[in-house]
Design a protein around this ligand. Structure first.
Ligand code: ADP
Length: 683
């Protein structure tokens, strides 16, 4: 992927991240809501329990008070005997701890008699009863008015032991004959009411209290537990003549983060959900990556197929075309739609060859013959009817399961190749014609080159002869004329051998003594040497065996090398020019096989410059104004034709040595060379 893609996140990445953030936030919010709801639910539950408890406690208290009031009414209704009254009152006080004192008072509230609770010291011990009679009067007035028991407001009674208590009085009228004859005044301890009338199960974990409507606490029972969450419930207790508020406090621990199984379950499920989502997202990412890779691979394959110049075609086992690439369509000029699904004679088969192709296809589909690996050539027809040659390479199409599902063929349009082949054949023919013409030119060049020397010699001898004649000296004339004859003969031989050479005839090889070869060219060499003032030295070991060679050509080689050497020394204006011609037998260690002679021509000229050395044997290469540049290349061709080698090297302190080898007449190399030779190469 391009680097730019990694530098800035893709839009898909961003939206995925946003979705994930939203999801995590939602799950978090859901969890928080659940915990909050569970907590709230629990709080509501606790509150409603408390309300119910408070209401139950209030009912208990009311019922208890009503029950006490009835007992007190029974007490008041009971005749006028003081002793019996006291016994009953005493019993009541024993039975009901909340009653701290019961008094019998006259209609004018004067005390008749009174009894204190046996469970505590008399409550009015510290504060005289007369101080609290105002409340009793109010209650009794109401009781009188309504002819039923009435409660006074509660009031605080300090005690001798220092701990006071909140009490209220109940005034029960004694009615006899329709008139109030007196009152029974019972004093209740509010705290004891709470202790005895409220069930212990309600006060075990709760604090129950009486308060005034304005919130002032009057009496309290139960254990206070601070530092925890407090729930409060109140119940108004409307007693005749007094209104009290029953208040209940309950302490519960703050709801846990996982207060109940449901929340825990939902939390676990939420976490599992997020985990599954994460796994799904990972899987999706992997899928997306794989899909992208696949798409890239597909696009790459498509691009590759489309850029191919090779046509591709697939057929199923019934011969129907199932696939063609664009190169194939371009090749035959039909669209893919026109080709796909086609079976039988394809539209690109030339009608005249359709039968042959049909048979070939049937054979192929029958799977009897595998197509040749290197392919085979065929002819197809374009949509416009023109034919073109194709190279077809076919191979079975094997699916992923290793089963053959058809055939895949590759097609190469070879019309261009054919055109080039045709062109090169025509060029070849033209070249050959040109080469024949060139041969004629070469022959002419060679002839003129090789004939120069005998003709020059003839001309020199003729001039010499003329001089002799003019000088009246006929003695040397004969020799000169003989020499002229020899040179003319030589010229004739040159023409013949060059002619043979150019016509590529086999050379006539003969066994020649090396001395004879040198002697034959020596007069010509001497002629030029004398003119240039060059000393000619020949070193020919005695008793050397003869060599097998084309005598004229080898003489020509020696002559060419000697002439080049002399020209070099002349050009270099060497002080004491000398030319050394040497023949020696090569020792067996130097050259493979026993029988080789080495001829060498050494000069003391300027030597050969490196740039000249590189092109020395190139035909027509010369550094001379008059030169033709054919001498050395001809020499090498001749020597190599005899199986030998022509080399050159510097001749210290100055000059050059050219050496060439020739096989002895009876050496194995000679026998090989005597066999029908390859046509000579024209240099
Ligand atoms: P030509 O003699 O017609 O130039 P050659 O093929 O015989 O053609 O020689 C090619 C060239 O090789 C010469 O022009 C000359 O420069 C160089 N050459 C040949 N022999 C010698 C030599 N012995 N010393 C220096 N240069 C030489």
């Amino acid at each position: 992927m391009p680097a730019a893609a990694s530098a800035s996140p893709e839009p898909a990445d961003t939206s995925r991240r946003v979705l994930w953030a939203v999801l995590v936030t939602l799950v978090g919010a859901l969890l928080a809501t659940l915990v909050w709801l569970a907590g709230r639910q629990e709080a509501l539950h606790v509150q409603s329990d408390l309300d119910r408890d408070t209401s139950a406690a209030a009912d208990d208290i009311r019922a208890g008070l009503v029950h006490r009031a009835q007992s007190l009414q029974a007490l008041s209704a009971d005749g006028g005997r003081r002793a019996a009254w006291s016994a009953q009152a005493s019993q009541l006080l024993r039975d009901h701890r909340e009653l701290v004192r019961i008094e019998w008072r006259t209609e004018a509230l004067a005390p008749v008699t009174g009894l204190d609770s046996p469970y505590r010291s008399p409550v009015f011990g510290w504060l005289p009863r007369s101080d609290t009679l105002a409340d009793v009067q109010l209650a009794c007035a109401q009781a009188r008015r309504q002819s039923q028991p009435a409660y006074s407001q509660s009031y605080y009674l300090p005690q001798l032991d220092g701990i006071g208590l909140e009490v209220m009085d109940l005034c029960v009228p004694r009615i006899s004959g329709g008139t109030v004859t007196g009152y029974v005044v019972a004093t209740y301890s509010l705290r004891e009411i709470l202790v005895t009338l409220v069930g212990p199960q309600l006060t075990r974990n709760q604090e129950v209290s009486f308060t005034e409507p304005d919130g002032t606490r009057l009496a309290l029972h139960g254990t206070a537990q601070r530092g925890r969450r407090t729930f409060t419930s109140q119940q108004l207790m409307d007693l005749a003549g007094n209104t009290l508020v029953l208040r209940m406090n309950s302490w519960r621990g703050a709801p846990d983060p996982l207060p109940n199984v449901l929340t825990a379950l939902v939390t676990v499920m939420s976490i599992a959900l997020v985990a599954v989502l994460a796994m799904l997202s990972k899987d999706t990412r992997r899928r997306v990556r794989v899909e992208r890779d696949l798409a890239e691979a597909l696009a790459f394959r498509k691009a590759m197929e489309n850029s191919l110049v090779t046509g591709l075609r697939a057929r199923d086992l019934q011969g129907r075309i199932t696939y063609v690439n664009s190169a194939f369509c371009a090749m035959v000029g039909f669209t893919a739609e026109e080709l796909l699904g086609q079976s039988g004679p394809a539209p690109y088969w030339p009608p005249e060859l359709a039968d042959e192709y049909q048979t070939r296809q049937e054979v192929r589909l029958a799977g009897q013959h595998m197509p040749p690996r290197e392919g085979f050539e065929s002819v197809f027809m374009r949509k416009d009817g023109s034919r073109f040659p194709v190279l077809i390479i076919e191979a079975p199409l094997i699916n992923a399961g290793g089963v053959q599902t058809g055939w895949m063929s590759a097609f190469l349009d070879i019309s261009e190749q054919r055109r080039v082949e045709e062109l090169s054949r025509a060029t070849q023919e033209r070249l050959q014609a040109t080469a024949r013409l060139a041969t004629v030119g070469e022959m002419a060049s060679l002839l003129s080159h090789e004939l120069n020397q005998p003709l020059a010699a003839i001309s020199s001898y003729a001039t010499g002869s003329l001089n002799l004649l003019q000088g009246g000296n006929a003695q040397g004339l004969e020799v000169a004329l003989q020499r002229i004859g020899q040179q003319a003969e030589r010229a004739g031989r040159v023409i013949k051998s060059v002619h043979d050479f150019v016509r590529r005839r086999d050379q006539t090889r003969e066994s020649v003594a090396p001395l004879r070869l040198i002697e034959a060219v020596l007069p010509l060499v001497n002629l030029q040497a004398r003119k240039l003032g060059i000393t000619v030295v020949t070193r020919i070991a005695p008793g050397l065996p003869p060599v097998l060679c084309d005598r004229t050509m080898v003489e020509q080689v020696v002559l060419n090398l000697a002439r080049n050497a002399m020209q070099a020394m002349d050009e270099a204006r060497t002080a004491r020019p000398s030319l050394t011609v040497q023949v020696r037998r090569l020792p067996a260690t130097e050259v493979a096989g026993p029988g080789w002679l080495e001829f060498s021509v050494a000069d003391v000229g300027a030597g050969i410059a490196p740039e000249v050395q590189e092109r020395l044997f190139t035909p027509f290469f010369t550094t001379k104004r008059e030169g033709m540049g054919l001498g050395l290349s001809l020499c090498r061709t001749v020597v190599e034709q005899h199986g030998g080698q022509l080399v050159f090297e510097p001749n210290p302190p100055q000059g050059t040595i050219f050496r060439f080898t020739l096989p002895l007449a009876e050496s194995p190399a000679t026998l090989a060379a005597a066999a029908p030779a390859e046509p000579l190469r024209i240099p």
